[in-house]
Design a protein around this ligand. Structure first.
Ligand SMILES: [Zn+2]
Length: 212
């Protein structure tokens, strides 16, 4: 299927933009919503799980709504408040409960154009939340791989998200989502995009890790 036109609303179509961190997923969502902002009743809804604390990536001209990560059904309440909606962007879909899949199915059945952005894989290199099921249902799927591996001297395309804790690769038993608190602030936790070769997860079952 060819890429959807940025200037069209595609009723009943699910588009999924996915990839590692810093891959350009949110930019794709913004590009899809931007032309809609010029329509007088702005028939869009932009929603994100409330666990997402990023504030700077989405321009102020786009109004964001937050739903509890474990209660994606809240999206229907926003939809009731915005009956003109024809295109729904859901960013950071990986943080939402699995029931987001059913919510998306229902939105498509209402002939909404649903656009989901989110990480395909967690720091362990395993399917992140409900993203795998959404990718399987996508009518249009784009893997957003922008830029090169951050590992020194590597020129490969970055396809994975590497978590580093105090400069070392996070072990497999590190939590999938780190909630920022007093304890977590004691450690320096950063993320890099890496190629498959330089994505290290010590302790990952069945994978022998050799970190140079
Ligand atoms: Zn690399």
């Amino acid at each position: 299927m060819p890429p959807p036109s940025l200037h069209h609303i595609n009723p009943g179509l699910l588009e999924v933009y996915t990839g590692p961190m810093y891959g350009g997923k949110t930019d794709h969502l913004k590009d899809r919503i931007d032309p809609i902002l010029h329509i007088h009743d702005k028939p869009y809804l932009w929603v994100e799980p409330s666990t997402n604390v990023r504030k700077l990536r989405v321009p102020k001209r786009i109004q964001r709504h937050f739903f509890p990560a474990d209660h994606p059904e809240k999206i229907f309440e926003y939809l009731n408040d915005h009956p003109q909606t024809r295109i729904i962007a859901i960013d950071e879909g990986q943080f939402a409960a699995h029931s987001l899949v059913m919510v998306v199915e229902k939105l498509l059945a209402r002939n909404q154009n649903v656009i989901v952005g989110g990480l395909d894989l967690d720091f362990r290199g395993e399917t992140f939340g409900c993203m795998g099921d959404l990718m399987a249902r996508a009518h249009y799927l784009e893997r957003c791989y922008k830029g090169k591996c951050h590992y020194t001297g590597c020129e490969n395309v970055s396809v994975r998200t590497q978590r580093l804790i105090d400069g070392k690769p996070a072990p497999y038993d590190s939590p999938i989502v780190i909630v920022e608190d007093k304890e977590s602030k004691k450690r320096k936790i950063i993320y890099e995009t890496r190629c498959h070769l330089h994505h290290f997860v010590p302790g990952k079952p069945g994978v022998r890790i050799i970190i140079p």
